[in-house]
Design a protein around this ligand. Sequence first.
Ligand SMILES: Cc1ncc(COP(=O)(O)O)c(C=O)c1O
Length: 390
Amino acid sequence: MGDFDKIVNRVGTESMKWDGVDKLYGGEGLLPFWVADMDFKAPEAVLEALKKRVDHGIFGYPHKPASLDDAIINWLSRRYSFPVDQNEIVYTSGVVPAIYQIIQAFTKPKDKVIIQPPVYYPFFKVVTNGDRQLVENPLVYDGQHYKMDLDHLESIIDDQTKMIILCSPHNPVGRVWSKEELTRLAELCIKYNLLIIADEIHADLIFSGHTHTSIATLSEEMANRTFTCLAPSKTFNLAGIQASYVVIKNQSYKRKLEQQLGNEFLNMTNNFSSVAMEAAYRYGESWLEELLQYLENNVATVKQYIQEFMPKIKVVEPEGTYLLWLDCTDLQLSSMERKKWLRDSGKLALSHGIVFGKEGEAFERVNIACPKQTLVEGLERLKKAYDEKF
Ligand SMILES: Cc1ncc(COP(=O)(O)O)c(C=O)c1O
């Protein structure tokens, strides 16, 4: 099974996280906890399947096998009671490109698309790049916990509002939206005839005591207006393989998206994506259960260490994802000052909260998907910088 304690050197492996870090942050010898991939090897079954595929030696134009559809259908049905048919899956080379193309196909220039910051930063550009109007419905933070502001959401919807992008679970604040919250959101979407892009890329990364609900499963009406974007890339650490898919129940929408992808010459995926995806969904479940345990232990380690040694920093309790959201309000540093301090004194590369929207200005996002030893080294660096300054 997974050897999550093992440190695998990623330097020199074309890793954005490790090889790109010093240049991007303008520092030297930085320890990276930023971009959302993991420092763990993918499950052995995935590696074996890829090796077998490489050994075959021919990498011609791909055709997605029905066995891949089956592996996905079983996964979604077993884990989320999400019933999906073969004709409801559209394969894409990444969730972000898929979201952009859905917006292009189903809205017109100047139409309004809602997002809920602080949120995964490409959500801003996928809307504005195509000349759609970005409308923000910020999450509400009470100093401990985040929720959606559904009253505000209702107040900003007008005739030009066509779509909402839901991040579920939510990156970066770590919320796993409850069925009740999603039901209220769904009622508004139906009432105002909004389409929903449900980015559920983190759906498999749920901590004990929480349950992921796919918003499309709430009712037939919701299923008919939802584009559920999924991928094994976060779950099994396969981001570089660019394997993803969209579940669309509404067959006319499905045809329209396929047409859009064809028109943009984006309907081709790569040989390795199907192989990796199928092996991960067929054989990766016990590895995932172990991973979740390991991540929960890492969360506990960070919480305990920060509470004990850096009381001015607050960890927002995560319900899922491997991204921890640190409330740094009490440090009383501007975003720029904090960025310099973390880089120069801490030798750390975290994701600065400001990139997720102005609501994230006083926060840092930490990727905890690494061996405990690496995590502890990061915490020790942070403590040293903290002790020097506070
Ligand atoms: C919410 C969310 N959506 C999408 C992505 C990226 O998806 P992809 O690499 O498939 O475009 C990420 C990566 O961190 C993410 O957090």
